[in-house]
Design a binder for this molecule. Structure first.
Ligand SMILES: *Cc1c(COP(=O)(O)O)cnc(C)c1O
Length: 384
């Protein structure tokens, strides 16, 4: 049946009809007073969502562009950077740093495991010469469904005093608590198609005063992604280049919806959906790929045994029109990933779990009584 696709991938995520309708308007001029009003409103909304008084700049870019901007504006070729790498995205930030000629040191963990904060402490304490200019951490590592312990890692960065903390918060912003000012996070980047209930197209970067100090002397080449330009123009409620104005219409409505729900409720909803999804997988007998202690609020990775991950995805898509994500790189065929990020309600979780149980039945996987997963998820949703 046409038009029934249910996105349960970690981006793009579902978009509310209200947001889609707001976008379905004739574009307006980006130098107009009307656009400036929208710019002021969405900037205030973003500061609320990022829990910060810092600048939050808006780019026409995907999440990668936002993180790249967050790296290159504050660092120089030759700078030593410490990059946490326990999945596809951590690996990507190491590559970006290398592409700009930085000296990259990595702290790694096996895919599916969390980064060890103590490894950051050891390395930072050993750096008595204060050569490490930045620590780059992917908060929610979407490729594996692991939530890294940003709060603890950041404490060690603060103790170092010199290094900036640069955070890929692409699938944690709008899903988990990321109190930018309270934790003193210097650079925090995210993207519209993740926790923001918007289509892909906008990147967001929050920048602290300490990061702006580094900006003044940083020498990586920059032009389109020069955040100083965005800062200067944001002060006048405008943008340096033509923004996707229709995305801004949508962003304004999405921010209003999020503010009406409230931060605590948003974080709670993601926590409940994560717990319900994980309880369902356990009840069905499908092993979880990320540990309970470090479960991403955006995505649950499952490593099925005795049934093929890609076959599950294929039946889910063909018969039930539910899109799940597969594994990336060496995890292809090993895991499937259930996104529960952004505009997701309890009903979506129950639908996905029941369709998964029906899929497993069709594939001849009958470890548990059908319905056990739905029962487990429903129990969490009713009580958590
Ligand atoms: C989606 C994502 C990104 C950005 O990806 P784009 O495709 O460039 O939007 C970055 N980091 C994480 C953790 C992500 O999930």
């Amino acid at each position: 049946m046409d038009n029934k696709l249910m996105l349960m991938i970690p981006g793009p995520t579902p978009v509310p009809e209200k947001v889609l309708l707001a976008m379905a308007q004739h574009p307006i001029g980006h130098r107009s007073g009307d656009f400036s009003k929208i710019m002021a409103a969405v900037t205030a909304g973003l500061k609320w969502l990022f829990q910060t008084q810092n600048d939050v700049l808006i780019l026409a870019a995907s999440g990668t562009g936002a993180v790249e901007a967050g790296i290159i504006n504050f660092l120089s070729p030759g700078d030593r950077v410490l990059v946490g790498n326990n999945g596809k995205f951590g690996e990507r930030w190491a590559k970006v740093c290398a592409a700009y000629g930085m000296q990259v040191e990595q702290i790694t963990a096996e895919w599916g495991k969390a980064l060890d904060p103590e490894a950051f402490r050891d390395r930072l304490e050993a750096d008595t010469q204060k050569q490490i200019k930045a620590v780059i951490v992917t908060h929610s590592e979407t490729s594996t469904g692991v939530l890294n312990d940003l709060e603890t890692i950041n404490r060690y960065v603060k103790a170092h005093e010199k290094a900036l903390i640069i955070v890929d918060s692409v699938t944690s912003l709008g899903a988990a608590n990321v109190p930018v000012d309270q934790w003193g996070l210097d650079v925090v980047a995210s993207g519209s198609q993740k926790g923001f209930m918007l289509p892909p197209g906008l990147g967001f970067v929050a920048v602290s005063p300490k990061a702006w100090e580094a900006y003044a002397t940083a020498t990586c080449p920059r032009f389109y992604l020069d955040l100083g330009k965005y800062r200067k123009d944001a002060a006048k409620n405008t943008t340096p280049f033509t923004p996707p104005v229709n995305m801004f219409f949508g962003l304004q409505v999405a921010m209003e919806m999020m503010q009406a729900e409230g931060l605590e409720n948003i974080f709670n909803r993601h926590r409940r959906h994560t717990e319900a999804t994980r309880a369902a997988m356990k009840a069905i007998g499908l092993p979880l790929f990320a540990p309970d202690t470090n479960a991403s609020p955006a995505i649950t990775s499952v490593a099925p045994v005795g049934v093929d991950a890609e076959q599950i995805r294929s039946v889910m898509k063909k018969r039930y029109d539910i899109a799940l994500a597969g594994g990336q790189d060496h995890l292809k065929g090993q895991i499937f990933r259930v996104g529960h990020l952004g505009f997701v309600c309890d009903r979506d979780i129950l639908s996905a779990v029941s369709a998964l149980e029906a899929t497993l039945q069709e594939l001849g996987f009958e470890h548990t009584a059908p319905g056990a997963g739905v029962a487990a998820a429903a129990r969490v949703l009713a009580t958590a």
